[in-house]
Design a protein around this ligand. Sequence first.
Ligand SMILES: [Zn+2]
Ligand SMILES: [Zn+2]
Length: 337
Amino acid sequence: MDSIVCNEPNQFTLRQEEMPRPLPGEALVRIRRVGVCGTDYHAYRGRQPYFTYPRVLGHELAGEIDMVESNAFGLTKGDRVAILPYLQCGQCVACRNNRPNCCTNLKVLGVHMDGGMREYLTVPVTHLLPSSALSLDQLAVVEPLSIAAHAVRRAQIVPGEFVLVIGMGPIGLGVSKFATLAGGRVIALDVNEKRLQFGHQWSDTAHAVRAGEDALKTVEELTSGEFPTVVFDATGNAQSMSQALQFLAHSGRLVYVGLVQADFSLSDPEFHKRETTLLSSRNATREDFETVMKFMEQGKVDVDAFITHRAPFAEFVQAFDKWTDPQSKVIKAVVEL
Ligand SMILES: [Zn+2]
Ligand SMILES: [Zn+2]
């Protein structure tokens, strides 16, 4: 932070020689909103195994283009943009299969390379998604919601089928929302009653079930004894991921959205008798960003209720400590620049 001159509270000015310079094919983006998520908390505490330090965090980013050469995307100075933070190699087997989100050489801004918790960032024009209709707040949450939209796209939901979403954190909320918009009859499940009720309302799910002893029986009854044909686990909890299979209908798809740094096991007889389709979902693609932005433009995503906490850049350090406290009940916190 010693490259910053602080003139007065809330006003930071980079020295001219510190300004990043865009290379050909890049734009200089003035960062205006940074979303904070579990990845950032764990990285800050040194508990994120993929991180090396020092590292500038920030991968949920909205900004305004400050400088750009003429480009094929029609991007111009002043455009408000969401930033696709996943930089793919373009050459590996995943990239050649049009799956850049799981590129073997993937570099995520704010994870593998310095991210957007700063005033200005250079970004390839291919990774900027402009919208004149969406607010900076809306653009800042496109990334976490796109992770959810990607998982829902992976599941190929058929209208009318039962879908169980386990875990009503920010990603589970998005999964419930987009599965509902895809026509699924969604059952939300969480251990925490308040979080469950919020998820039920925010995502407009058909049902809400409290996790615990009776949950399996309740889900069975809600689905007339058949169980959901799609189960998403968005808990990032190994025990939940292992047990999620018991909720799945025969012939169903089980999708792991949450990632856990652990091994867990599945009962093979349970797995096999269902002829389970097992899927994981990682990051998102430009297509998912566009899907989320379209839903937002249609007014189908309540971003105001999704962002529960915010702080100006100058107060971010103190706010960050508070947000890591579970008592603060953060769903999504954003920093304003
Ligand atoms: Zn995130
Ligand atoms: Zn690649």
